[in-house]
Design a binder for this molecule. Structure first.
Ligand SMILES: NC(=O)c1ccc[n+]([C@@H]2O[C@H](COP(=O)([O-])OP(=O)(O)OC[C@H]3O[C@@H](n4cnc5c(N)ncnc54)[C@H](O)[C@@H]3O)[C@@H](O)[C@H]2O)c1
Length: 331
């Protein structure tokens, strides 16, 4: 059976997709520096390396020793709004680290690499976003994702590297980091509910997004191992919802488990107001079907979250303070 290397294996995509591949009999090798994921998320059976992708020497040794056939590159720090304030870190962690990995893929002649980009590459164009739209990212995170999309195209044209790209948006589920102060709105709210705090909404809550269950990404990701070289696919929910409606849905799920939570509105963040994608390409080619039941998944996440160990909520070191929102200031 093929050997599949997954970067970011301790995070949401990595923890879920590694379980999917192991159940299908693949040999899974995992890399993660545990900056945003947790050791407990990694299933047994994974050949795991606690390594930072910026450590070129160690990455090179892992490739030499494990000889992966396929690489799924999920590792990143995905904080859209915060990326303006951690510019150097963002580009190191999301661009240079990815380039290190791509170099090893080239040196070791792997079969194919699959990269998780983001809907963020579209910027604030008119939704729904189609894969054919010209990307215009508006923050360093989206710029980093687009840089790697373009680097993969260049590596294909120069060296013949095979690759495919997915652009997910607002995917959530078990093993998502709920202790990150800066990202994963549903994760942040679940932590706040379990800690008896009000849930926080940035601005008036009329922002529109689409939230989907990670389980529906598994089949599409597996198709990309052998098919659709050079193609890009949007992945996410068709159903749009405002942030206010999302918070009502989560509070409803929490009430079903005996928790009650109020809501508070905080300073508006600079962000795209309405963002969602068209998924007909993924539905047509990758058997993608989004059947997300928000209340059901939120209930399962709450049940999972309340039995997790209590974990520290970390603050990051900001490189730029100018215009920092009050709720993110290091006091
Ligand atoms: N979840 C979503 O809705 C979503 C949406 C768009 C794009 N994406 C992209 O999909 C990928 C997976 O997202 P996720 O939700 O699983 O994120 P996640 O934060 O849950 O997982 C990312 C993992 O990568 C690890 N990591 C980060 N930097 C690393 C480094 N330098 N070296 C080694 N490991 C490192 C983290 O410790 C973490 O476990 C990311 O690239 C993200 O940008 C996710």
């Amino acid at each position: 059976m093929s050997r599949v290397l997954i970067t970011g294996i301790a995070g949401l995509f990595g923890a879920n997709f590694s379980r999917y591949l192991i159940a299908k009999g693949y040999n899974v090798i995992g890399i993660d520096n545990l900056s945003g994921g947790y050791l407990e998320n990694i299933p047994s059976g994974v050949d795991f390396y606690n390594i930072d992708l910026l450590d070129t020497h160690s990455i090179s040794n892992i490739f030499k020793n494990t000889r992966p056939d396929y690489v799924y590159h999920f590792a990143a720090y995905a904080a859209v709004g915060l990326s303006h304030f951690i510019r150097n870190f963002n580009y190191q962690n999301n661009v240079i680290a990815s380039v290190n990995l791509i170099n090893e893929c080239l040196r070791h002649n792997i079969e194919k690499i699959i990269f998780t980009s983001s809907m963020d590459v579209y910027g604030s164009g008119n939704p729904p976003y189609f894969e054919s739209h010209v990307p215009k990212p508006e923050d360093p995170y989206g710029i980093a994702k687009l840089a790697i999309e373009q680097d993969l195209a260049a590596a294909h044209s120069q060296f013949g590297l095979r690759y495919s790209i997915i652009r997910p948006h607002n995917v959530f589920g078990l093993y998502q980091n709920i202790w990150d102060k800066y990202r994963n709105v549903i994760g942040i709210w679940i932590r706040q509910i379990l800690e008896g705090m009000p849930i926080t909404i940035y601005g008036d809550g009329t922002q529109v997004r689409s939230f989907s269950d990670i389980q529906f990404c598994m089949t599409p990701l597996s198709h990309l191992m052998s098919e659709f070289d050079g193609e890009i696919f949007n992945i996410g929910a068709d159903q749009h919802i405002t942030i206010n409606e999302l918070s009502d849905t989560l509070r409803g799920a929490a009430e079903g488990l005996g928790y009650s939570a109020s809501t508070i509105h905080m300073e508006k963040r600079k962000e795209v107001h309405t963002a969602f994608c068209d998924h007909s390409k993924a539905k047509g080619y990758l058997e993608f079907e989004d059947k997300t039941n928000l209340t059901d998944l939120m209930t399962r996440m709450l049940k999972w979250a309340r039995i997790q160990p209590k974990r520290e909520v970390k603050m990051l070191n900001y490189e730029i303070d100018s215009g920092m929102y009050a709720y993110w200031r290091n006091e």
